[in-house]
Design a protein around this ligand. Sequence first.
Ligand code: NAI
Length: 330
Amino acid sequence: MKVLLFHVNKEETGYVNACNRKFGFELEFADFDFNSASAERFMGFDAVWITTNCKVTEEKLQQLKKAGVRYIVSRAAGTDHMNLAAMKESGIKGANVPRYSPNAIAEHTVCLILMCLRKMKRELNMIDRFDFTLNGLKGRELRNMTAGVIGTGRIGAKTIKILNGFGCRIMAYDLFKNPDVTDIAEYSDLDDVITGSDILILHCPLTKENERLINSRAITRMKKGVVLINTARGGLMDYDAVLEAIENGKVSAAAFDVYDGEAPYIRKKVERDKLESKTLKRLMENENVIYTAHMSFYTDTAIENMIMTTFDNLQEYEETGHCSNEVTGL
Ligand code: NAI
């Protein structure tokens, strides 16, 4: 099988090649952009290996079909970058890596929570300026707070288990209760979690139904001084509303690892004035906001699992024409 790989960085190439000794696929590392590439670029490949910033649109699927591509393997867990209905229509099959390391994202999430509560961005900026005072640094303790987790699947459940160790009250909302955490989290309806949390944490997938879940209306109903954490997907938050609420003090701190419309700049070093979103720039400048660039998954264990499972998915497709990690959109 001939595979075209996108977004494998220099650090990972050696590991990918080493793993491939077991599989013996013909690999080619793309040096062009998936989203803007023409159909000719994909000619001769059986499969493409993608990440979340490769957008699998109807148009892209037509190109891939024309080029003869049969499989799309995404090394991510989320699938909102893939139009699953259009994939079904096109006959091109696709798989993801549903569980490479929920711990990686959960640990990053808790790290962001603690950084917000202990005003770590301000402190690090002050230390850079040799300001060793405590001005504006009084923090809050988790054990006195209520954390609300929206989405209690693999990652949400890990976050809840870690948070439980800090002794805080944990509220949770999901379409389905996860029996792994019912003894440590109080399931409530969405509105109760939104209005009752001191720290609101998003761990649900982005769907048509929950787009801009955190918008100005939701923020109005939240506690004053709420902390917002999003390591799920940018589209779940209205970042203009978050900026306004940070600036007027309703939200005391926000940390996010994902931003709506991140695709053009993510994984690149860009000039400051090339960053189009004024909202993102203003958020980044705010000392009560922490932004990390979609890297909460990025640990040694997660990357190894992600790469190995993507190879396994390809192998299963090659041997059977099916894959147990096939993305169906159901
Ligand atoms: P999962 O499928 O194990 O859990 C998702 C949970 O969300 C499920 O329990 C589901 O019932 C629930 N859910 C679905 N729609 C909901 C809604 N409207 N409201 C409340 N709950 C809802 O997925 P997992 O592995 O926990 O990942 C969650 C999300 O985290 C992914 O969809 C992805 O967007 C994001 N993610 C972010 C990463 C990063 O690097 N920042 C890395 C991996 C995942």
